[in-house]
Design a protein around this ligand. Structure first.
Ligand code: 2BA
Length: 109
């Protein structure tokens, strides 16, 4: 068994959730926050048998889009320099960031 962690943008959550339910794949959604943009995203925990991993990865690939997002860098000196002027820069976020991790043991009580 494998545990798939998929970090997805909130805009893609509904589509991916619908696809997983339709395919009979069980998942848990956690509200999460990106360390860089400090914006909300969603982390899916998906436990599947080994032979289902590629199928689930394909559903994630189909459901999640890459998007450009503007971010305003913070002053390297924090609030100490009030005259610091920063300009928004564009970063590409997503599709999805995915980790596939082997599960040593799975129990449901
Ligand atoms: P964030 O950390 O908010 O990152 C949003 C996007 O900002 C990233 O998109 C990437 O394009 C850019 N970015 C992140 N760190 C950067 C840095 N140090 N310098 C320049 N640009 C940077 P994605 O790579 O698609 O990541 C989307 C979200 O997935 C991330 O949100 C984070 O929540 C998660 N993530 C990505 N890589 C991860 C990793 N290795 N471990 C854990 N979570 C990760």
């Amino acid at each position: 068994m494998q545990l798939i962690y998929a970090i997805v943008q909130d805009k893609d959550v509904q589509r991916l959730n619908d696809q997983l339910v339709k395919a009979g794949v069980r998942a848990t959604k956690l509200a999460s926050t990106g360390g860089f943009l400090r914006a909300g995203n969603t982390t899916f925990l998906i436990g599947v048998e080994n032979d289902q991993v590629d199928r689930v990865l394909e559903l994630i690939r189909q459901s999640c889009r890459a998007r450009e997002q503007l971010v305003t860098p913070l002053s390297p000196l924090g609030n100490q320099v009030e005259s610091y002027v920063s300009y928004p820069v564009s970063v590409q976020v997503g599709g999805a960031t995915v980790f596939v991790v082997p599960v040593d043991r799975f129990e449901q009580f």
